[in-house]
Design a protein around this ligand. Structure first.
Ligand code: PHE
Length: 349
């Protein structure tokens, strides 16, 4: 076979190899083989010394032409491969701008916390301090200090979860009164405090009962505190929470730690006192218990009841939230369904 034929064969074979190389890696191998230093084309050039001088020029030109063709085709093939890769990559990473966006889910404040935070601020503004007692409370603070000795019949008013004979899940926040009374230095001024927190009772859960709920205790003790102070304080709070045009009334009641004891009603915000299903056709809604601190409670904590007196109140925060937001099932507060929780005051995050 003469060199011309050989070149022709090399050319055809080379072109078909370039055609078959579908990755950059394979193409590189082909490039080395076809136009590298040890390629057959180079070999032909080296063997030119054996060729008759008049043919050398022609063969030289032909070799260069084949090499140029190879280089050209190799470059084209490489570009094609790179373009294909880029296209694939772009397709893979393409963003569908017509897809709906993903909403960010920020938490919202729990409705009870909205009311609690608001009330805390309200009372702090009136010079109260916030004092919290333990949820696992002792019989001593929860009951005995609060004028409820061991066999007092009024203990039945609160079905209590006992842990052992002394420790219990507090059924009321009233123990906070005793703890603060014991600590307070009356030479420095009156004691004014609110004590919010969780309480527990052995109740069967239904739409209006929960074995866990939130209370806020209130206590003011000083010289010359009267029932008028109690009434004024509670009335202002009720108007703050339920609206300025609400009316309040006090009804006589009984609590072992207050004497006299009262319950406060707020005029029904739904029917404005005319009577509806929310107020059970009475025009009034009961919102809290209160009274003048029983002298025994003061004495138990070492406070002279002949010099000092005061008032106390206990607010059911769940009840406040139920009334304020028109919620018909107390269990919604504790089952943590975000669809329920999200409804309250978006700005209160
Ligand atoms: N502790 C009482 C209750 O849970 C409420 C209350 C508190 C009443 C303070 C009077 C004074 O029912």
């Amino acid at each position: 076979m003469d060199l011309f034929e050989k070149l022709q064969e090399l050319r055809d074979q080379g072109l078909s190899e370039i055609d078959k190389a579908k990755t950059e890696e394979k193409l590189n191998d082909v490039r080395v083989k076809l136009v590298g230093r040890k390629s057959e084309l180079t070999e032909i050039l080296h063997s030119m010394k054996d060729v008759e001088p008049e043919k050398r020029r022609e063969i030289g030109q032909k070799v260069n032409k084949v090499r140029d063709l190879f280089n050209q085709k190799l470059d084209d093939a490489k570009n094609e491969i790179v373009e294909k890769l880029v296209k694939e990559q772009l397709e893979k990473e393409a963003i569908d701008v017509t897809l709906p966006g993903r909403e960010e889910h920020l938490g919202t404040k729990h409705p009870i916390n909205i009311i609690l935070d608001d009330l805390e601020k309200y009372f702090i503004g009136m010079g109260f301090k916030v004092a919290q007692g333990p949820e696992i409370e002792t019989d001593h603070y929860c009951f005995e200090m609060m004028n409820l000795p061991k066999d007092h019949p009024a203990r039945d008013m609160q079905e209590t979860f006992y842990i052992d004979s002394e420790d219990l899940l507090r059924s009321q926040t009233s123990g906070d009164q005793a703890r603060e009374l014991e600590k307070h230095d009356f030479s420095k001024g009156p004691l004014k405090m609110v004590g919010p927190g969780k309480v527990y009772r052995r109740d069967d859960d239904d739409a209006t009962h929960s074995h866990q709920f939130m209370q806020m205790e209130g206590l003011v003790v000083d010289k010359n505190i009267t029932m008028g102070d109690l009434k004024g304080t509670l009335e202002l709070m009720a108007k703050h929470v339920f609206g300025q045009d609400r009316e309040t009334r006090l009804r006589p009641s009984y609590f072992p730690f207050t004497e006299p004891s009262v319950e406060m009603d707020v005029s029904c915000f739904n029917c404005n006192g005319k009577g509806c299903s929310i107020c059970k056709y009475t025009g009034w809604i009961e919102v809290l218990g209160a009274g003048m601190v029983h002298p025994n409670v003061l004495e138990n904590a070492g406070v002279d009841s002949n010099v000092y007196g005061g008032f106390a109140f206990g607010v059911g925060l769940d009840r406040f939230a139920i009334l304020k937001y028109g919620i018909d099932d107390i269990r919604d507060f504790y089952t943590n369904d975000v669809r329920f929780l999200e409804q309250f005051s978006k700005e209160e995050r």
